[in-house]
Design a protein around this ligand. Structure first.
Ligand code: NCD
Ligand code: ZN
Length: 361
């Protein structure tokens, strides 16, 4: 396929295996944007305020989201916390909860209640392994724990390996991987370990993230070579690597009014997620990182839709499809509520992307 010259593309709906949909007014604003980005299946992160640590709350949250986007399948997660005991894991499995997210304490947005010592959770991990619940890792160490010159993600990779060795049947996702080293570490693990790759880490580098609050996120985008390693993983056709946007909305105001370097971490891509992945691949081809022939229908379907569903044990077929056409559409500046009280800035505002619509198969 010659992506650059393609005017019209048909794909199965995208499965976005890492989304932040928040709560209250922000949740009402961003949840409906899943479908604009071509998504019919979403794995939802639990870092609300307070974090979601009970089965009762996660079930309630799921029904709130379902009411806002009736056509989306929501996979739900709990926030790893001492109250998430092996008994809670058994209840969670019975309620259909898909995963448990581990945030290192203080590593990112709303992670103050995160984990300081992973070994304290080994009984919980054993229960997850038994009940087939996925462990979703925010794979970064705290700044104080990374040796000089080593990224927070690379410093975490030995922990991924240890966890996998200790719990070989536990399905683990290294979320939002950002380095060439992480791609290799995931490859080196067995088939129970996968990784999500976002849209924005396919086009941002540390150079963007340092100075533009709308490009600032955790994990921080890295070097051009890391970005390019991620692009190559996307078109590798390896089912370990699947899409998870980590779209993370923050009020526009909190981004624009912050001092340099102090804006909340998170890039908002949800309304255009599929389109932004395609744009990043096109740019990868232009830079010579991948060849035209690396981007095939099958590989796009695998990365964007099938591999994530396969990892989570969902059917790989759908009753609808998304149709992408080049019509000169530009990414809008923001999404906002009718009364303008909540506004979120889009990543890559003003860039030209495919127009997306839904069709029955
Ligand atoms: C996320 C958020 O805002 O909730 N931020 C981010 O930069 N990705 C948290 C996270 O996934 O780290
Ligand atoms: Zn996230």
């Amino acid at each position: 396929m010659q992506l650059k010259n393609i005017q019209k593309l048909e794909l199965p709906p995208t499965a976005d295996m890492h989304v932040h949909l928040r709560q209250d007014g922000m949740m009402k604003l961003v949840t409906p944007t899943l479908s604009s980005g071509g998504v019919d299946t979403a794995f939802v992160m639990p870092n609300l305020v307070p974090p979601i640590t009970t089965v009762e709350r996660v079930v309630e949250y799921q029904s709130q989201l379902q009411a806002l986007a009736p056509n989306v399948k929501f996979l739900m997660s709990l926030f790893l916390h001492p109250s998430v005991t092996p008994e809670v894991i058994a209840q969670a499995a019975a309620a259909g909860v898909a995963g448990v997210k581990m945030y290192p304490q203080g590593a990112t947005t709303n992670s103050d209640n995160g984990v300081a010592n992973l070994e304290a959770f080994y009984d919980t991990f054993a229960a997850m392994e038994k009940h087939n619940i996925v462990l979703n890792l925010h794979g970064e160490v705290l700044e104080a724990l990374a040796p000089p010159g080593v990224t927070l993600e690379e410093a975490f990779l030995p922990t991924l390996k240890q966890l996998h060795e200790r719990f070989p049947k536990l399905r683990i996702v290294l979320e939002h991987c950002t380095t060439a080293a992480a791609v290799e570490a995931v490859r080196a693990c067995g088939p129970t370990v996968g990784a999500t790759i976002t849209a924005h880490h396919l086009y941002l580098t540390s150079h963007d993230a340092c100075c533009n609050p709308f490009a600032f996120c955790k994990p921080i985008p890295k070097n051009p070579t890391d970005r390019d390693a991620l692009i190559k993983a996307v078109v590798s056709g390896e089912s370990k690597f699947f899409f998870g946007s980590d779209s993370a909305p923050h009020p526009l105001q909190s981004k624009t009014s912050a001092e340099q370097g102090k804006a909340p971490a998170g890039v908002f891509t949800q309304p255009y997620v599929t389109q932004l992945v395609l744009l990043a691949l096109e740019e990868g081809i232009e830079r010579g990182v991948i060849a035209e022939t690396d981007v095939t229908q099958e590989k796009l379907e695998g990365f964007l839709s099938k591999f994530g569903r396969r990892f989570y044990g969902l059917p790989e077929t759908s009753e609808s499809k998304i149709v992408l056409e080049r019509k000169g559409e530009k990414v809008s500046a923001s999404v906002k509520t009718e009364d303008g009280s909540i506004e979120v800035g889009n990543s890559r505002a003003d860039d030209v992307v495919f127009s997306l619509r839904w069709e029955a198969v």
